[in-house]
Design a protein around this ligand. Structure first.
Ligand SMILES: *Cc1c(COP(=O)(O)O)cnc(C)c1O
Length: 482
């Protein structure tokens, strides 16, 4: 067991000294301020030596479980290796020194990065329109649904329902609700795929859009996607593709071929940015010609070619849904994505998809006799295992996930998708070696042979064990008692 790391405030307790005195001195020196605006005592800021502060944060950093320390099979999140060259470029002064309020003539290089990234995403997806403004997948979903509403309104309609499969990521129904739309769920078929008959039943003249994730969150390819798109179109709805799982198809299949009208990319997942705990991210929107006028503004445009090319920000877009945030998106994430795209190349991108799919199937097959996949058939980039057998042994998906931490692996996603009992969702990603996957499979098998009592109290080797998972949200402590 590793010793508890105290908070900075605790390390510094009783050490208030020079800085607090200086601040108090400044306060009283600011004569002219009314007395009741002055501090009565030193501010309660921690005060320790620089060396102690460095050691505190270094000790904490060594406790991080991350892609750089261990296998991180957190399904749906695509926690893969982030090439260091991306970090070098994103941290270069040419990127960090640019101010978004500078005029276009001063930021031609930055605009070229945005334009080139959008062009490549257009090529990968097959969609002509691209916006790099959204700061996350969820924000692209919201922006796209706003675009879809405007599209219908321009055609004299105002359908208010969004249809999602019961396996959809939580952000899909949440974005629909935030956009003032109702959500209608289609249960998946017995094969874990979109049930086309079920889809026909829920579609109506009030359906604004069908939102499909492909591959879906069970890690399965929606073989009926093109048919589903036709059915939705016949009902007057548009088709939204949640493209967070693009690492399963990038360079192999263009989403436009599947009948979708609009989609989002998660640049931070598919094209590598260290992400987690809510950021940083970038969620590009890509769409068909008919939806292009509604894209968020501004859009980066290029005139001329080669050395004669110039870039500008196009604001004159009267049908646009407007801005989704300040300035031009999460630029440093876009820089990383372009670096990744340039370095990987188009053949390399197809290899990304092939390896992501191979790795997920490798894990699925090796674990089949221990924890069976929830649905038969090949996996795409991730595999969802049915953990019923865990329950039968008096343990649970949660216990398995916690015990894996003791074996040196980050916990997989559990209890999602909701339709799978004791779901264990494993996304190995394309950057893991067979040796790592073998070690993971051995760990899962070893844990399945353990006494359920050992699992029930796991993890045993981490600085803290089972935390109250909601306490921090329900009773946040935002102020250190003075
Ligand atoms: C990650 C993910 C999202 C949401 O993306 P964020 O960038 O986290 O907002 C949506 N759908 C799927 C399938 C995802 O995996």
């Amino acid at each position: 067991m590793i010793a508890e790391e105290p908070l900075l405030f605790e390390l510094a307790r009783g050490k208030a000294g020079d800085y607090a005195g200086v601040i108090k001195g400044l306060d009283s020196a600011a004569s002219g301020l009314p007395a009741d605006a002055l501090r009565s005592g030193p501010p309660p800021i921690p005060e320790i030596s620089e060396l102690d502060a460095v050691r505190h944060f270094t000790r904490l950093s060594r406790r991080n479980a991350g892609v750089d320390t261990q296998f991180y099979p957190l399904g749906s999140c695509t926690m893969k290796y982030n090439p260091r060259i991306n970090e070098d470029l994103a941290a270069s002064p040419a990127v960090t020194g640019v101010h978004p309020l500078w005029g276009p003539e001063m930021i031609q290089g930055a605009l070229a990065v945005l334009w080139e990234t959008a062009r490549r995403l257009s090529e990968i997806s097959g969609f002509p329109g691209v916006s790099l403004q959204p700061a996350a997948g969820a924000q692209s979903e919201l922006g796209s649904l706003m675009m879809i509403r405007r599209y219908h309104q321009d055609r004299g309609r105002d359908p208010r329902t969004v249809v999602v499969p019961d396996t959809s990521h939580g952000t899909n129904p949440a974005s629909a609700a935030l956009c003032g739309l109702k959500v209608s769920q289609v249960p998946s078929g017995p094969d874990g795929l979109l049930d086309l008959e079920g889809l026909r039943r829920v579609l109506s003249s009030d359906t604004a859009a069908l939102m499909v994730t492909n591959p879906n969150t069970l890690g399965m390819f929606e073989t009926g996607m093109a048919k589903a798109a036709r059915i939705a179109h016949d009902a007057g709805a548009l088709v939204y593709l949640d493209g967070a799982n693009m690492n399963a198809q990038v360079g192999v299949m263009r989403p436009v071929e599947s009948g979708a009208d609009i989609m989002h990319f998660n640049l931070h997942k598919t094209f590598s940015t260290p992400h987690g705990s809510g950021g940083p991210g970038a969620g590009a929107i890509a769409c068909i010609r008919e939806l292009e006028p509604y894209l968020p503004k501004p859009i980066v445009e290029r005139t001329g070619t080669g050395d004669g090319s110039a870039y500008r920000l196009q604001y004159d877009r009267p049908k646009s849904v407007g801005r989704l945030g300040a300035f031009h998106g999460n630029f440093a994430v876009v820089v990383r994505a372009l670096a990744y795209l340039l370095r990987t190349g188009s053949d390399g991108l197809a290899d990304v998809a092939r390896h992501a799919v191979l790795n997920a199937n490798y894990v699925r097959v090796l674990l089949a006799g221990t924890l069976p996949p929830a649905y038969p058939g090949p996996s795409m980039h991730e595999v969802v295992l049915n953990g019923k057998v865990l329950k039968e042994r008096g343990t649970s998906a949660l216990d398995l996930a916690k015990r894996l931490l003791d074996h040196g692996f980050h916990a997989p996603t559990i209890y999602f998708p909701h339709i799978v009992p004791e779901a264990v969702m494993i996304e190995p990603t394309e950057t893991e070696s067979p040796a790592t996957l073998d070690a993971f499979v051995s760990a899962v098998k070893a844990i399945m042979d353990e006494d359920p009592a050992v699992l029930g109290t796991a993890p045993h080797e981490t600085p803290v064990g089972r935390l109250d998972e909601v306490k921090a949200a329900r009773e946040p402590v935002l102020r250190w008692p003075a």
